[in-house]
Design a protein around this ligand. Structure first.
Ligand code: FAD
Ligand code: NAG
Ligand code: NAG
Ligand code: NAG
Ligand code: NAG
Length: 428
């Protein structure tokens, strides 16, 4: 699926998160040389669970990571949407539906396990990963990434996969571009399933591997069980009350319980079982004017250029699609002179899609967090339509939008653009 280039370029990938490791793996498979520079002292992923949509599973298969991940993942049966009182609004089947319709399963997995699988695959392919190598600046004239302690790494192409607060992005734009506050924060905790099992009223949350959403005034709750560790991933979204200068903080569970005071008592019981919770400020990046430097061979990928609210569970999925696009296009390269042209093609293919997803995730904030009232009644009625219609508030049930989220074939998109551009060039 990933073509193999007959020239070998040197890529420097800044950031060893899910996006950075995926692109490194893809580019090695496309016949290039890659190093990864990671700021942290060791490779790891914090946080809790992550949902992998079916076509991301397909990309992971092509990168050679699917077997590792399947060992660690659960296959969710369905999405269930409830209001905050615990009434079911709509359910959407995922398994076996996704495999039948999209050719691959939807999965959920612990972020740490997901990341570990990518690290293992990267090592298997001989990719060098330098830790403790935070990049502070890109020398744009010579295409060199410079670390905090003055180490220099030259690449034919530099890819900034350095997340929400990307320093490669600052170098490309010559100024800091800040993430936008959404007004929301997320409490994330892992809750012990053996503890939950002592309360039969919580069976519906963990007995079958399903993703549950609870929509309420000013916030929503998402739960899904994880394999290994025997825990359930629980995320509570609500109004941001973090101090302005911090993005993450330890949270007191009484604060969460207070927020959920008028919600389904089963949710309060669930959260009372949490042993620790952390809260994150939820931010996103407004559409950038461009991703690649206008003349130099430096570009961005993943959260660095399109961080999104997690309300459609698409952030990592989009980072992996970016990675697949770069790997595919640079698998086609025949001459160094094509580098910048391919970076522009990458951006042309990916930017409209990621912008729509960032925007749609932002729209979900309005949909999920409605106060009781007319709009909320209308929303709940729309959920009750059978079959679900275009515009369905549970966005995955909207047949057109589901196809957009799940049915996208990044390799086909790249092949189409590449063919179009090369035929055009031959005509000129
Ligand atoms: C509550 C929550 C739930 C989510 N749930 C889902 C989900 O279910 N499904 C989904 O698809 N997505 C989900 N996401 C989004 C997903 O986590 C991100 O979109 C994804 O991790 C982005 O990957 P990335 O590699 O682009 O960035 P990151 O994961 O942020 O990785 C960036 C890496 O770069 C390193 N770095 C940073 N600065 C430098 C530097 N200067 N030099 C070198 N290295 C540097 C960092 O240490 C890090 O390792 C969720 C996000 C949140 C907040
Ligand atoms: C973002 O990165 C810059 C350096 O590029 C740093 O000065 C700043 O403190 C970081 N901000 C956050 C919120 O991490
Ligand atoms: C960037 O790529 C172009 C080809 O698109 C090439 O001509 C140029 O030399 C490259 N720049 C650097 C600094 O390597
Ligand atoms: C995304 O949202 C911005 C700001 O609301 C808007 O200007 C833009 O047209 C939207 N783009 C898409 C593709 O939806
Ligand atoms: C994604 O799903 C569609 C079905 O809608 C399928 O045709 C396509 O090949 C899949 N994408 C990838 C990358 O395989």
């Amino acid at each position: 699926m990933i073509p193999k280039s007959n020239i070998s370029l040197r890529f420097v990938v800044v950031g060893g998160g899910i996006g950075g490791l995926s692109v490194a793996i893809g580019l090695i498979l496309a016949g290039h040389e890659v190093i990864v520079l990671e700021k942290a002292q060791q490779l790891s992923e914090v946080g809790a669970g992550i949902q992998i949509p079916p076509n991301s599973t397909r990309i992971l298969e092509i990168l050679g990571c699917k077997a590792h991940i399947l060992e660690k993942a659960l296959v969710p049966k369905a999405y269930h949407f409830f209001n905050y009182r615990g009434d079911n609004l709509i359910s959407i089947e995922l398994d076996p539906y996704c495999a039948r319709k999209y050719g691959c399963k939807s999965l959920h997995v612990h972020r740490g396990d997901y990341h570990k699988c990518l690290v293992q695959r990267a090592r298997e392919l001989g990719i060098t990963i330098f830790v403790n190598s935070g990049i502070v600046e890109i020398d744009l004239v010579h295409n060199i990434a410079i670390t905090h302690d003055g180490q220099k790494y030259h690449g034919d192409v530099i890819i900034g996969a350095d997340g929400l607060n990307s320093s490669v992005r600052s170098s490309i734009f010559g100024k800091e571009i800040l993430a936008t506050n959404s007004g929301d924060q997320a409490y994330r905790s892992l809750i012990s399933i053996p503890e939950m099992a002592k309360h039969p009223e919580l069976d519906f949350i963990h007995k079958l591997p399903c993703v549950n959403f609870f929509w309420g005034p000013q916030g929503h709750v998402v739960t899904y069980p994880l394999k290994g560790g025997n825990s359930c991933n629980v995320v509570v979204m609500g109004p941001d009350n973090l101090p302005p200068d911090s993005r993450v903080a330890a949270a007191d569970k009484h604060e969460v319980l207070q927020f959920l005071k008028s919600w389904d008592s089963r949710l309060q019981l669930l959260l009372s079982l949490a042993t620790s919770t952390f809260k994150w400020r939820l931010q996103y990046i407004e559409e950038l004017d461009f991703w690649s430097h206008p003349t130099q061979n430096v570009t961005l990928l993943g959260d660095a250029c399109h961080a999104t609210l997690p309300y459609l569970a698409q952030g990592a999925a989009q980072a992996i699609e970016d990675a697949a696009a770069l790997a595919y296009l640079f698998g086609k390269i025949k001459h160094k002179s094509e580098i910048h042209f391919l970076l522009e093609m990458y951006e042309y293919i990916r930017k409209p899609r990621t912008t729509r997803i960032v925007n749609s995730s932002k729209d979900c904030q309005q949909i999920y967090h409605l106060q009781d009232g007319e709009k909320q009644k209308l929303r709940d009625l729309e959920c009750a339509l059978d079959p679900p219609q275009e515009g369905c508030p549970a966005r995955w049930a909207d047949p057109e939008f589901q196809e957009y989220l799940f049915g996208y074939n990044i390799f086909e998109e790249c092949e189409k653009q590449w063919l179009m551009a090369t035929t055009l060039k031959e005509k000129l």
